[in-house]
Design a protein around this ligand. Structure first.
Ligand code: MG
Length: 201
């Protein structure tokens, strides 16, 4: 399979006296998002989208909320693990799209900076990151921030490239056999291969 899709969602309640972190940015606001970690609702949704794209479970299975190691943790740590999981599975990010749902603060004025920061954390171009925001009209969710994220992955190595490499290696081995046979015919003694190339993997 060459491409895979992943989807993530998260929500956190606002709480007075807590620093607000969204999309890896510290945002000046009277309230922050309550959570065991830094409560970065957007990075949590993106982490779940990445893990989901390679069927690697979810953020809670890697970082249980009760674990004291993740108390007030920077959510970029969660994102790093998800990045590792997709690379280990043989994939890279094509693009990412997200939607935040919250009443305040207004995301529009900082969406460009947030896009740059998320792209930096993911190691991709800002042009491949979408940051959108909506207010929770009719949802009775004025004191909550929600985040949705969808990500598209592609295989790092195309199967065609692997086939081509195998064909080149096979033809090189065949050529070595032919040269060895010719040399042994000329000298009348069999020439031993310096090493068995099949053993070098
Ligand atoms: Mg969360």
């Amino acid at each position: 399979m060459d491409i895979r899709i992943g989807y993530g969602w998260d929500s956190h309640a606002f709480k007075p006296g807590v620093p607000l972190r969204i999309g890896g940015l510290s945002i000046d606001h009277p309230e922050g998002l309550a959570g065991h970690s830094d409560g970065d609702v957007l990075l949590h949704a993106i982490t779940d989208a990445l893990l989901g794209a390679v069927s690697a479970g979810d953020i809670g299975s890697f970082f249980p909320p009760g674990d004291p190691r993740w108390k007030d943790a920077d959510s970029a740590i969660f994102l790093d693990l998800a990045k590792e999981e997709i690379v280990n599975a043989g994939y890279r990010i094509v693009n990412l799209d997200t939607t935040l749902v919250l009443n305040a603060p207004k995301i529009g004025p900082i969406s460009g900076e947030m896009r740059e920061r998320v792209a930096e954390l993911l190691g991709i171009m800002p042009a491949n990151v979408g940051i959108k925001a909506k207010t929770p009209e009719g949802l009775d969710a004025n004191h909550v921030a929600q985040a949705h994220a969808v990500v598209l992955l592609e295989r790092i190595e195309e199967p065609g490239e692997i086939d081509t490499m195998s064909a080149v290696m096979q033809s090189q081995r065949e050529l070595e056999d032919v040269v060895r046979d010719l040399v042994s015919q000329v000298h009348g003694v069999p020439v031993k291969a310096p090493f068995d190339t099949d053993d070098i993997t």
